[in-house]
Design a protein around this ligand. Sequence first.
Ligand code: IFM
Length: 467
Amino acid sequence: MSTRSASAEDFPQFPPGFFFGAATASYQIEGAWDEDGRGVSIWDTYCRTPGKVADGATGDVACDHYHRYPEDVALLRDLGADSYRFSVAWPRIVPEGTGAVNTKGLDFYDRLVDELLAAGVEPAPTLYHWDLPQPLEDRGGWRVRETAEAFADYAAVVAERIGDRVGRWMTLNEPFCAAFVGYAVGRHAPGAREGEGALAAVHHLLVGHGLTVQALRAAGAREVGVALNPDRLVAATDSPEDLAALVRAETMHNDCWFDPLFAGRYPLHEQETWGEITDFGFRREGDLEIIGQPIDFCGVNFYRPITIRATPYRDEDPAVRTAADIRAEETWQEGPRRTTMGWPVVPSSFRDLLVDLAARYPALPPLVITENGSAEADVPDEDGVVHDADRVEYLRGHLQALSQAVAEGVDVRGYYVWSLLDNFEWAFGYDRRFGIVRVDYDTLARTPKDSYRWYQRFLAEHRSRRS
Ligand code: IFM
């Protein structure tokens, strides 16, 4: 007979100390783009470039979280979230990227942190979720080392103001996207299509992470990590072309980040991957030590597995071409249900990824799932409520897979659902909805979806097993 407590719903089980929360990011929810001294970010510029973002959408208003944060914190409290992962907008704090600090920007995060603590929710900020100050991009962006150094200076300013109340910090969110989607594929700000520029961005993001870890430690930070988006990659066939594409994709998506951070080396297969790009002159002696210093946890953002098929883009720059191998999957794979992002729903791939990462990197710190969720074709009923059974099934399946990985010995400490709110989904504008709370973009009213209620019951059940 099962010893598990009887429950009306069959919720996935986690150890009592495992924490849960929800995540968002500054540009995707805050709005107030030109208020209280905020500077211009690369996303403000990119959104204003015709043809870049669906429907010409911008983050100017987004969810208006800048003004409505008390309501959003109340939603987190009522959800029963232990922790809230949000990001700090660098252009609010240091509008020019370097130099003068904007106190009003710091005041906003100060208020947010106090509101969270009063609601019993732990604040967990990420310092870079893609909204680089435009003046830094004008001076080279992540292609140049100055940006990495400026990042650590800005982080120190934030830590000095809210570090007394923040326990868990994240340096970067998905540097893979910042480097390759932003500088190689050009589908994110700043919209560049460069091979060497993207590789320089990879390096300077990593150096920026390392310098920021040092700055946070100097400010007395207790727990510091980074949020990566490793992927479960599988070759479409065992043809030599697809297998070679798989090696390139592994290098770009996973090894580029995990090898320097957790194995003290640049990626093993970079020569095969980048080919003719051989000038790594932007790497300096000692950089691997800066990048690879110990951190307290590694964040994992996970959504879907990717099947890799070699593409015919052979004449392109290597970084652009490798990104194309990854993009090719979106157009051909059949089988599992897909979310409105076109992403296949395969929860077992989540377990497989985590087990594999733990086996490949013995020095990996504990993991925290810093994002997981799904975009669905939400249709509100007459009361504005969304009965998002597909999202509930997605979350249940992925939490089940996570629980299995934990049971198999992978050291995972927490989980954040992406996202608390429907929000600005980058190049897709407001068309793709990931929230467990619906946002009506005309009225900005927030309405919890069925998935919010399900997660709320799941968290209540988890908490009941703590006592
Ligand atoms: O919305 C994004 C988020 O900003 C970064 N991770 C993936 C999410 C869904 O695409």
